[in-house]
Design a protein around this ligand. Structure first.
Ligand code: PLP
Length: 451
């Protein structure tokens, strides 16, 4: 528990930091876990306590916290060229190589890459690219953005407007023109007597009705996470992408796959769109892109969009957009190494091999009378807490039950994430079978303490 002495790390954290995305009553009562170092999938706090991080940092530390290849790559690149931009006709050699690599590992034959510092900025950039493109092609009215309720796309004013979470109303968001479609979570939103196929068809019909109502010529693009992550790990209802993609194609609406979480192996394939068998027009990447060792995001434009956007830029002799650290050479060097580590050091394979074990552990814990559903894909999993299993009635109360479970997990030495009424597990790709067993044992202990 928290050390409340005025000069403790916990008190200092609480005095000088404005916590984001943190349950403040919990952190005031318990103190922050002030982390000093990490090893493999474990982190250690200022008291020397060890925690198995089943949250992979924030979905991103897939290679663990002390991968020597990644830290050595970073050190070597800091010695060669510690920073640079990608503008004014200059660009680091690492940036050139990473763009080639990203197009090579993408589902696209050809393409172009634009770099940002985060996933939010990558989504924001993609929206600007679409607005730029449509205006250049004589359709400046094509500005509306379609996303889904419960989808998460970031925190900048634009990406937060894309995010379908009620908390954004405290900022007066979403901005006008950001339209949220239904969340494809059959267990929660399926109507009585409705089959999963009928549910999917209903969402597809809602999409088409929305496009017609808004006017296809007013819509700039459709953004979706293959599996909703921060929405509480929601894999789409069966056949979802096969149902919505043809509708979007019919109306010529660009499809953007937000792969910030799913990308680079988390769902068992390199891309989430691969897992769900659709080819988007562009991919948004971040997090796993550098295995969390550098803050970086990327917009990967597929062949057709890349050609059209390039033509639009050529027409005015410039694409007027970018961040000081776009294409940072250290970030790019780390990303090149991270892609190699995930693909060629057995990490992606470990996800595929241990997924059945992961799913079995989730299914076993879902037998608990207060767990209504387990769901997941690859190394993304969630357990949804319910007060009444038969009626799927959620808990209420100011401190959510998932927050209480996550706090109890922290006490047992396990970091996992409360999201809505669910507990989310997204272990690093390096986790072993034994460490996965430890994760489930600790979670089971926490459940016993809460219920
Ligand atoms: N898109 C998705 C799917 C995400 O999960 C996130 C962050 O969790 C973002 C975008 C935003 O990325 P960042 O936090 O790096 O701005």
């Amino acid at each position: 528990m928290a050390d409340t002495a005025p000069n403790s790390w916990e008190s200092r954290a609480d005095t000088y930091s404005l916590y984001g995305f943190t349950d403040l009553p919990s952190v005031h009562a318990r103190g922050a876990v002030v982390v000093t170092h990490g090893k493999g999938p474990y982190i250690y706090d200022t008291h020397g306590r060890e925690y198995l991080d089943a949250n992979s940092g924030l979905w991103n530390m897939v290679a663990g916290f002390d991968h020597p290849g990644l830290t050595e790559t970073a050190k070597a690149q800091y010695d060669r060229l510690p920073g640079y931009h990608a503008f004014f006709g200059r660009m680091s050699d690492q940036t050139v190589m990473l763009s080639e690599k990203l197009v090579e590992v993408s589902p696209f034959e050809k393409g172009r890459v634009f770099y940002t510092n985060s996933g939010s900025e990558a989504n924001d950039t993609m929206v600007k690219i679409l607005w730029f493109l449509h205006a250049a092609e004589g359709k400046p009215q094509r500005r509306k953005i379609l996303t889904r309720w419960n989808g998460y796309h970031g925190v900048t004013a634009v990406s937060a407007s894309m995010t379908g979470k009620p908390y954004n109303s405290v900022f007066g968001l979403p901005l006008p023109g950001f339209i949220h479609l239904g969340c494809p979570h059959y267990w929660r939103f399926g109507q009585p007597g409705e089959t999963e196929a009928q549910f999917t068809a209903r969402l597809a019909a809602e999409l088409e009705a929305t496009i017609i109502k808004e006017g296809p010529d007013t819509i700039a693009g459709f953004f979706a996470e293959p599996v909703m992550g921060a929405g509480g790990v929601i894999p789409p209802s069966s056949g979802y992408f096969h149902a919505v993609v043809p509708i979007l194609r019919k109306y010529g609406i660009p499809i953007i796959s937000d792969e910030v979480i799913c990308g680079f192996g988390r769902t068992g394939n390199t891309w989430g769109c691969e897992t769900y068998d659709f080819v988007p027009d562009a991919i948004i990447s971040s997090k796993n892109l550098t295995a969390g060792y550098f803050p970086m995001g990327a917009v990967i434009l597929g062949d057709e969009l890349a050609r059209r956007v390039q033509a639009a830029a050529e027409a005015i002799e410039e694409f007027p957009h970018g961040f000081t650290a776009s294409g940072h050479p250290v970030g790019c060097a780390i990303a090149l190494k991270a892609i190699d580590v995930v693909m060629n050091e057995g990490l992606a394979q470990n996800v595929r091999e241990l997924t059945p074990h992961f799913e079995a552990g989730l299914a076993r814990l879902a037998e608990h009378p207060n767990i209504g559903e387990w769901r997941g894909k690859g190394f993304m999993g969630a357990l949804e807490a319910v007060r009444d299993k038969a009626t799927r009635t959620p808990f209420d109360g100011s401190l959510s039950v998932s927050e209480r479970i996550a706090n109890a997990c922290t006490d047992t030495g396990l970091i996992c994430r409360p999201l809505g009424q669910s507990i989310v597990l997204c272990p690093p790709f390096i986790i072993t079978r034994e460490q996965m067993d430890e994760m489930f044992e600790k979670l089971e202990t926490a459940l016993k303490r809460v219920f």
